[in-house]
Design a protein around this ligand. Structure first.
Ligand SMILES: CC1=C(/C=C/C(C)=C/C=C/C(C)=C/C=C/C=C(C)/C=C/C=C(C)/C=C/C2=C(C)CCCC2(C)C)C(C)(C)CCC1
Length: 290
């Protein structure tokens, strides 16, 4: 299944190439791929979190898992309500760690592991957010004014690029040139894409698909004869539930919010399901390496 990961990355680059060649400035192209990648890999990659705890969950273990999962969502929701700016910063820090971690799913980092994850994820996230800074600023305007952060972008990108590559090279000398090449090529592509398209290509093909591939690999022996179709079936219930929940909430707020506010609300909803997912995924990935 390593092939599917590479295929996904090639597909991501092809979507970007088509944007540069034929669809520059076309918002429909951007939204269509945003929704497609989100629905097919983005959301589903979190939908088997319960099976990562244990592939054969008893009823009581499932209930305890659900209580923890929904409990984390509820606490984070309250935090968004009362401390929105701190919740945003927490979301960015968690995301940087989580994205960085997925670059090392199949390899081990020995020295300064968490710092390496943070710097790798921080590099890609800062490229995405600063590449189209005025739009990022607009989307966040109902929450926070980030106008005076614009000038920090180039420094942050440079700093995270250099340090993440030094740490990666120190930990994995044989893969150093691959990581440098990947960060230069992918960084260049993401920097030139509009915000939402850059985000979804990175999120879908460099994060969600490799994570899902790892989930499949570890659940494979419990999936019976038709492994792939059984895996897809297992992804369905919580994917459908999450999509339906987000859709209903967005539709409820649709009449009273602007387009940018709805996009921000969408990211807040994503942050809510991502918080427990990051926690469970971290336990799953790190316990495999221990
Ligand atoms: C199991 C379960 C479930 C499901 C789950 C799921 C399905 C999950 C998923 C998960 C996921 C799916 C995750 C994700 C993650 C993501 C992330 C981590 C992201 C990040 C992002 C960011 C960071 C952003 C940023 C930005 C932009 C881009 C623009 C605007 C501005 C801002 C800054 C916001 C439920 C709940 C039903 C129930 C219980 C159990």
């Amino acid at each position: 299944m390593k092939g599917i990961e590479n295929l996904g990355k090639i597909l991501g680059l092809v979507i970007a190439l088509f944007y540069f060649l034929f669809f520059q400035g076309n918002e429909t192209y951007e939204y269509v791929f945003f929704v497609l990648v989100l629905v097919t890999v983005g959301i589903p990659h979190g939908a088997v979190d319960h099976l990562l705890v244990s592939p054969h969950l008893t009823k009581s273990k499932l209930i305890s898992f659900l209580l923890k999962y929904i409990g984390i969502i509820a606490i984070y929701l309250i935090a968004w309500f009362f401390l929105p700016q701190i919740s945003l910063i927490a979301f960015l820090i968690m995301s940087a760690y989580h994205f960085g971690q997925s670059h090392f799913i199949q390899s081990e980092i020995q020295k300064l592991k968490k710092t390496t994850y943070m710097l790798v994820g921080g590099f890609y996230l800062s490229i995405i957010l600063w590449s189209d800074f005025s739009y990022t600023q607009k989307l966040l305007s109902s929450l926070i004014n980030i106008e005076n952060l614009e000038s920090y972008g180039p420094g942050l990108i440079f700093f995270t690029f250099i340090l993440s590559n030094i740490l990666t090279a120190y930990n994995q000398p044989s893969r150093a040139s691959f990581h440098i090449l990947e960060s230069v090529v992918l960084g260049f592509v993401l920097y030139h894409l509009p915000l939402l398209l850059g985000f979804i290509i990175y999120f879908g093909f460099w994060h969600a698909l490799p994570s899902m591939n790892e989930e499949y690999r570890s659940l494979k022996k419990f999936l019976g004869e038709n492994k792939r179709s059984n895996f897809l079936k297992k992804l369905m219930p919580f994917t459908a539930l999450s999509l339906a929940g987000m859709w209903i909430l967005l539709m409820l707020f649709y009449p009273s919010m602007t387009e940018n506010e709805l996009i921000l609300l969408f990211f807040i909803l994503i942050s809510l399901i991502s918080a427990p997912h990051i926690w469970f995924m971290n336990r799953f990935l790190e316990s495999k390496k221990a």
